[in-house]
Ligand binder design. Sequence first.
Ligand SMILES: NC(=O)C1=CN([C@@H]2O[C@H](COP(=O)(O)OP(=O)(O)OC[C@H]3O[C@@H](n4cnc5c(N)ncnc54)[C@H](OP(=O)(O)O)[C@@H]3O)[C@@H](O)[C@H]2O)C=CC1
Ligand SMILES: O=C(CO)[C@H](O)[C@H](O)COP(=O)(O)O
Length: 487
Amino acid sequence: MTTTDSAQTGVAAANIGVVGLAVMGANLARNLASREGNTVAVFNRSPERTRTLVSEHPEAGFVPSETIADFAASLQRPRTAIIMVQAGAGTDAVIDQLTEVFEPGDIIVDGGNALFTDTIRREAAVRAKGLHFVGAGISGGEEGALNGPSIMPGGPAESYETLGPILESIAARAPEDGSPCVTHIGTDGAGHFVKMVHNGIEYADMQLIGEAYDLLRRVGGLSPEQIADVFTEWNKGELESYLIEITAEVLRQVDAETGKPFVDIILDRAGMKGTGTWTVQNALSLGIPVSGIGEAVFARGVSGRVEQREAVRPTITARPEPAKVDESFVEDVRRALYSSKVIAYAQGFDLILGGAEEYNWEINPGAVAKIWRAGCIIRARFLNRIAEAYDRNPRLQSLIADPYFAGEVAEGDAAWRRVVAIAAQSGVPAPAFGATLSYYDSLASDRLPAALIQGQRDFFGAHTYGRVDRPGVFHTNWSGDRNEVEQ
Ligand SMILES: NC(=O)C1=CN([C@@H]2O[C@H](COP(=O)(O)OP(=O)(O)OC[C@H]3O[C@@H](n4cnc5c(N)ncnc54)[C@H](OP(=O)(O)O)[C@@H]3O)[C@@H](O)[C@H]2O)C=CC1
Ligand SMILES: O=C(CO)[C@H](O)[C@H](O)COP(=O)(O)O
């Protein structure tokens, strides 16, 4: 392959194109090609990837190009191209190339994990050239890209009129009602914001599952294979989800070389590419507590600080024995996992709504829950319940203010506390279990020690405080007569 047939003949053969043919782009291109009526143009910076994809998948009928100009020439007008390249500089480079060869009215879709503020910037810059730019979060990994991901497009609503049917044709379908897992999330960066929060929730969910595994193993004394059976059982109930399902598979895996459980031969250092960190950074900027996600990001950070772990471990000699537990411990851990998971998702949805308010996006939280029911990494049965909760009350203050979730969490209350206490007694870290329970208790408390903090702030910095008994702003003259003055 040196150039496209269409470029040679001047006939634009493809109705959609994909730029970036690594894991996600190649599979998304194959997904698009498998749908009735689509002819897919493909382009990658390094032509070897394009050649490999085309030769391995002749059935897809791809229209390959080795230059961006040929790629543009191979697309019918108005052109639509989905970029699936490395977030950051790679995405900017491809957008620059496409805007050189595309024309007003053409649509550029960034399907990578872009930072939403980059998407806002890019949308404005591309719009200024008369083109449409849509930042679309895509989740589902390799398998989802191929068979049906969950797609979270932002950008102008008009673009969705053209793009929507194509995205709907390749998206996953919700098992409950067969609806496609894609919806127009909101303007400019809304889609990437929601994808960022999706990934943050993914971190929290994975960390909570990890903590449940660790407790079942170190306190419950179960083997990885027994825990795999426990997870398989849990996957038949309210915890049913992709992450629980794959956890059981990972735990059942045996290392071919050593015969040991696979989980025991993997280095315990969790990697991360950045979307979890972005979630927490933005939550901090917006003042929205996402402690479950935050602890999950920090836990990955702790795991990666190998030298520090090795320096400190020998200095901590007195370690507690694991608490004595009976068979009921497994059910307690299940309940704790479910309650903590509800809180983590509640915090994620709070952040989505906080972002919507800050950036003037009209995001429908129920619709977001619906498109996460299939295709994405956090797909789970209980997302249907979340969708129902927001359908019942779109102005819900918190997911746990919904009667269904309030009832669920209340039912697991005692078990949740036992598990967090047992983790602490046993010296098994459970930061996300603990943080989500504390958050719940904070919301449940009549009074918080924030009152004392206000007193401290006023003492050292004259930062003022409000009173419970009347409106106004007050300061106490701490260094003088200690009388109160109204500001
Ligand atoms: N992997 C996953 O499970 C998921 C990934 N994503 C996101 O999808 C996108 C693609 O992910 P993935 O398939 O894993 O690939 P990578 O993130 O590993 O990116 C590799 C691709 O980016 C291209 N690229 C990098 N820099 C440039 C550049 N300067 N100019 C042109 N092309 C460039 C590479 O081209 P070349 O071959 O020439 O090096 C290659 O096609 C990313 O934004 C990722 O965050 C989203 C959901 C899940
Ligand atoms: O986007 C995704 C799923 O939707 C990726 O799987 C996610 O980026 C993985 O993140 P990390 O490498 O930080 O664990």
